[in-house]
Design a protein around this ligand. Structure first.
Ligand code: GUN
Length: 291
């Protein structure tokens, strides 16, 4: 078993970004500025946004947090987005999801200027990604690419199973794995809640990207010897021995696969930390494009 250390790789990416920022400062270029919109009081969303802001400080970015009560109307939120779109000092911004039920996510994400859409969720950017045109790749799939490439795992000609078809993870990574590029050229199967014989699909795969959200679902007897697993699952399960009262568990039964698996990402410390560094990489890209 070879562990893919997402924390370490993410630190390396952040160091590279920091180096770029220092060079920009030396050359009197603009300091990248990321903004985040947070609506409501969801604990997990608050934690994510705070981690993003902290990472900005670490690499020398400017950051702004726009917090709104969950009673904000869709029109008011659209107004706020318009203001950020027009604010030349802000290079990129995200609207932290999920949004309250009375706000239409699709309408909101459509209003984010594609040039500042560092989440890569705007249909223009999503469409470009699908067509293989350079754009902002959403942070989680971008992080998975970085982990696979930096671990020198070849994707060409490999059988890849993507479990999950979400807009944020499964759908984009399945498209990217099949593209005709150095990262890509895989034979991709997308499994989801209606798929049959998931065990058989797993056993037949060289690379499994799992974003199913069922804790410890993938067991050792379900995988091929030497296969690689990227575990995107993050489920909170009760753990009375932990001070927080819960622990974070991935889709893979780590112990059970340890004698069979080739490369594997741990949870926590695998894909999770990468999502933040990739968001910052997209923000740097947005800033560089606007130079
Ligand atoms: N909520 C969960 N993941 C994400 C993400 O990648 N971006 C945003 N904006 N919200 C999220």
């Amino acid at each position: 078993m070879k562990l893919i250390d997402g924390k370490k790789i993410s630190e390396k990416v952040l160091d590279e970004i920091k180096f770029s920022v220092q060079n920009r400062v030396k050359n009197n270029l603009k300091i990248p500025h990321l903004a985040a919109i947070l609506v409501g009081d969801d604990g997990a969303s608050k934690t994510y946004v705070n981690s993003k802001i902290k990472a900005c400080e670490k690499v020398g970015f400017k950051s702004s947090l726009f917090k709104f009560d969950d009673s904000i109307s869709e029109i008011e939120l659209l107004n706020q987005i318009k203001n950020i779109n027009e604010n030349d000092d802000i290079d990129g911004f995200i609207v932290q999801l999920p949004l309250p039920k009375h706000i239409n996510q699709e309408v909101i994400l459509n209003k984010v200027s594609p040039a500042k859409d560092v989440d890569g969720f705007h249909p223009n950017n999503y469409g470009k990604m699908t067509l293989g045109i350079d754009t902002f790749i959403p942070a989680t799939p971008a992080g998975i690419i970085e982990l696979i490439e930096r671990s020198e795992i070849q994707t060409e000609g490999k059988k890849c199973l993507v479990i999950g078809r979400s807009q944020i993870v499964g759908r984009p990574i399945s498209i990217l794995l099949s593209q005709n590029k150095s990262f890509g050229n895989s034979t991709v199967t997308v499994a989801h809640s209606r798929s049959k014989d998931l065990e058989k699909l797993c056993l037949d795969s060289d690379i499994i990207i799992s974003a199913i959200g069922i804790p410890e679902f993938i067991k050792g007897n379900m995988i091929k010897k030497g296969s690689s697993i990227i575990d995107v699952g993050i489920t909170r399960v009760d753990d009375l021995s932990s001070p927080k009262g819960y622990k974070i568990v991935g889709d893979v039964d780590f112990k059970s696969v340890s004698n069979t698996v080739g490369y594997i990402t741990p949870v926590p410390g695998g894909v999770g930390p990468m999502t933040i560094s990739m968001l910052l990489k997209n923000t740097l890209k947005a800033c560089e494009i606007s130079d």
